[in-house]
Ligand binder design. Structure first.
Ligand code: SAM
Length: 206
């Protein structure tokens, strides 16, 4: 996966590449995906949700520019795979998932792999995690029509937020850096994510 999908597409961050060599993606993808767990695609994980394509996990992780000291907020735990990659790269990861069955399954997988620096809760992630704020990095792994305003308020100065922004059916990865002069926006690769459903995302039935 690393040699055939990530390096040829330009992922250079060696900490990200090493983390993705280490994290056992097949344990997050689930039994029905056992033979396709390392394929170049997103896969269904139940509840109408997906584990993201390995390249998407790699590029989002690389855009966060993690050194190992950061407190990170992830919105959209899903299978827990992206969270585990972040836990290899940062100090603490706080991950929010709106579907309790997925949050519980991811928490079980983290426990079985002895990840002690990932904390999961079931909630609408667009409403933030006030008790644990502020965060040095925020990653949203579901598609949003706009940047959920409550999240940038929980980002430290010079912090980075990465989010797929666009319509429900196609988006572009957006990296935001919070500076004294305001939010600096950098657009990256086109992508397709499941929708961010919540008060500052899409309506559940839209
Ligand atoms: N990061 C995940 C992984 O590694 O498997 C993939 C995430 S999946 C593409 C998007 C997830 O975001 C889904 O599990 C979905 O239920 C969740 N989600 C959507 N809206 C949410 C919200 N407002 N708060 C928290 N989670 C949300």
């Amino acid at each position: 996966m690393v040699a055939t999908q990530l390096i040829p597409r330009g992922i250079k961050d060696t900490r990200v590449l090493d983390a993705m060599r280490r994290v056992p993606r097949h344990l997050f993808a689930g039994g029905s995906n056992l033979h396709s767990a390392y394929d170049d695609m997103a896969l269904p994980i139940g509840e109408g949700q997906t584990i993201s394509q390995p390249y998407m996990v790699a590029i989002m992780s690389a855009l966060l520019k993690l050194k190992g000291t950061e407190k990170v907020l992830e919105i959209g735990t899903g299978s827990g795979y992206q969270g585990a990659v972040l836990a290899e790269l940062a100090k603490e990861v706080y991950s929010i998932e709106r579907i309790s069955a997925l949050a519980d399954r991811a928490a079980d997988t983290f426990r079985s792999l002895s990840y002690a620096n990932i904390h999961v809760k079931t909630a609408d992630g667009t409403l933030r995690w006030p008790e644990e704020a502020p965060f040095y990095r925020i990653i949203i792994t579901a598609a949003s029509p706009k940047i959920p305003a409550p999240l940038t308020s929980q980002l430290v100065m010079n912090g980075i937020l990465v989010i797929p922004i666009g319509s429900r059916f196609s988006q572009q990865l957006l990296k935001i850096t919070k500076t004294e002069r305001g939010l600096i926006e950098e657009y990256h690769t086109p992508c397709v994510f499941v929708p961010l459903i919540g008060e500052y995302g899409w309506q559940a039935d839209a």
